[in-house]
Design a binder for this molecule. Structure first.
Ligand SMILES: Cc1ncc(COP(=O)(O)O)c(C=O)c1O
Length: 367
C-alpha cells in the first residue's frame, strides 16, 4: 500500500483483487511451457478484437511497436508525411520517425485538447499519407470530422488508442473505426498488463496478416524458414496475454469506476480548476483526469504537501521537444495548455472519500 494519502494510481491494490485468478492462469502457462505463441495469445487476441468490434487483433510487445507496425504494414515510410497532434505522448511521433516518415505536427482543440480536424486538413500536402488521431486521456477524437478529412483527402486514418480501451464515439468503440488502431497495455493503462504489451486492432484481415508476419521476423506464410518480408521481433508473451484476458473481463467495471470518479470531480472541483471537456458524442473512459489551472506550480506544491499524487500529461508538446526540433512550428493552443495542465489521481478504485480529499485541498489553495 502506498504511503500517499491519495496515490496517483495504486496498481498494487488493483492487481491484488485478481491475484488468485492470475496465479491459476500463470500456473497453466508454467505447466505447458509455451511462453511465446502459447494458446493464451490467440485467445486474448480473439477476445480483444471482439471487445473492440473489430475483425482482427495482433498482440505485440508494446504500444509504440503497434503504431510502427501499422505504418509499416500500410507501406508508409521514407518520403511520406504523417499528421500527428502535437499534444500526445512522444511514442506517436517516435513510431512515425522509426519507419522513416516525417511527423507533421498539428494543434489541438482548446476544449478537449485532442487533434483539431481543421488544422489537420490545413496541414495536408502532396506527401501526406496518413493522419494519426490520438484518443488522449480516454476520450476518442471527433471521429465524424477527422474521418471526413481523411476520406476527402484520400488518407489513411490510424487510431492511437493507447489511452482509450473501451471508449466510444457515437456508439463506435475505439479500435474499430480507423484503418487500424494501436493499443498499449503498459501497466497503468485502462487495460494494463503486468509489464509491457500492445496490440493492433483492425477490420482489415489482410493488413492484420501482414502485420503479424512483420512482427514475427517477416516469415512467409508458407514456410517458417523463408522470410519474404523484412520484419522484426515484436510479440505479446503468453503470460501477459493470460493476465490481459483476466483483466479484459473486468474492463467495463474498471472503466465505470473511472467514470464515477470523473463525475465526482466534475461536481466537486472548485471553479478555478477546470476539467478538460468531453465532446457530447464521446463516451470517455477517463484514463486520466486532466485539469487546467492558472497557477500550476502552487497547485502541485499544495497537492504534494497534502500527500496527493499528480502527473503532467504532457508538459512539452512534441513540436517543442528537442529530438523533434526539425518538425517545429507554432501551435498556440497546445503550447498554452502545456503550461496549465495537471493530472489528478485517477484509477478504477479511487474512493469517493479520496476524490473529496483532493477537491478539498484544491479548494483551499489561494488563487
Ligand atoms: C498516446 C500513447 N501512444 C503510444 C504509447 C506507447 O505505448 P507503449 O508505452 O506501450 O510503447 C502510449 C503509452 O505509453 C501513449 O500514451
Amino acid at each position: 500500500m502506498s504511503l500517499r494519502q491519495v496515490p496517483f494510481l495504486d496498481l498494487a491494490s488493483v492487481t491484488s483483487a485478481i491475484r488468485g485468478e492470475l496465479e491459476l492462469a500463470f500456473a497453466e502457462v508454467l505447466d505447458h511451457g509455451r511462453f511465446i505463441n502459447g494458446p493464451e495469445v490467440a485467445r486474448f487476441e480473439a477476445e480483444f478484437a471482439g471487445y473492440c468490434q473489430a475483425r482482427a487483433c495482433v498482440g505485440v510487445a508494446n504500444g509504440t511497436d503497434a503504431l510502427e507496425l501499422i505504418l509499416s504494414g500500410l507501406g508508409i515510410g521514407p518520403g511520406d508525411e504523417v499528421i500527428v497532434p502535437t499534444n500526445t505522448f512522444i511514442a506517436t511521433a517516435e513510431a512515425v520517425c522509426y519507419v522513416g516518415a516525417r511527423p507533421r505536427f498539428v494543434d489541438v482543440l482548446p476544449d478537449t485538447l485532442l487533434i483539431d480536424p481543421d488544422a489537420a486538413e490545413a496541414a495536408v500536402g502532396p506527401n501526406t499519407a496518413a493522419i494519426i488521431g490520438v484518443h488522449l486521456f480516454g476520450q476518442m477524437v471527433d471521429i465524424d470530422r477527422i474521418q471526413e478529412v481523411a476520406r476527402k483527402q484520400g488518407l489513411a486514418f490510424i487510431e492511437d488508442a493507447a489511452q482509450a480501451h473501451g471508449a466510444r464515439f457515437a456508439g463506435q468503440r475505439a479500435g474499430g473505426v480507423g484503418v487500424a488502431a494501436g493499443f498499449s497495455f503498459y501497466p497503468g493503462k485502462n487495460l494494463g498488463a503486468l509489464g509491457d504489451g500492445g496490440a493492433i486492432v483492425t477490420q482489415d484481415t489482410a493488413l492484420a496478416d501482414k502485420i503479424r508476419r512483420l512482427a514475427d521476423h517477416g516469415r512467409s506464410a508458407e514456410s517458417r524458414f523463408n522470410h519474404d518480408l523484412r520484419g522484426r521481433n515484436s510479440r505479446l508473451d503468453s503470460l501477459q496475454a493470460a493476465a490481459l484476458s483476466i483483466k479484459l473481463r473486468g474492463l467495463d467495471q474498471a472503466n465505470a469506476g473511472r467514470v464515477r470518479a470523473w463525475e465526482q470531480y466534475a461536481a466537486e472541483l472548485p471553479e478555478h480548476v477546470q476539467l478538460v471537456s468531453r465532446h457530447p458524442k464521446a463516451e470517455a473512459v477517463y484514463h486520466l483526469a486532466v485539469v487546467e489551472v492558472d497557477n500550476r506550480e502552487a497547485v502541485c506544491a499544495a497537492l504534494t504537501a497534502a500527500g496527493i499524487g499528480w502527473g503532467l500529461h504532457y508538459p512539452v508538446p512534441c513540436h517543442l521537444d528537442s529530438a523533434y526540433a526539425e518538425f517545429t512550428g507554432r501551435m498556440p493552443v497546445a503550447e498554452r495548455a502545456a503550461s496549465r495542465i495537471l493530472s489528478l489521481p485517477m484509477s478504477p478504485n479511487l474512493s469517493q472519500q479520496q476524490v473529496t480529499t483532493v477537491c478539498d485541498v484544491l479548494r483551499g489553495i489561494p488563487r
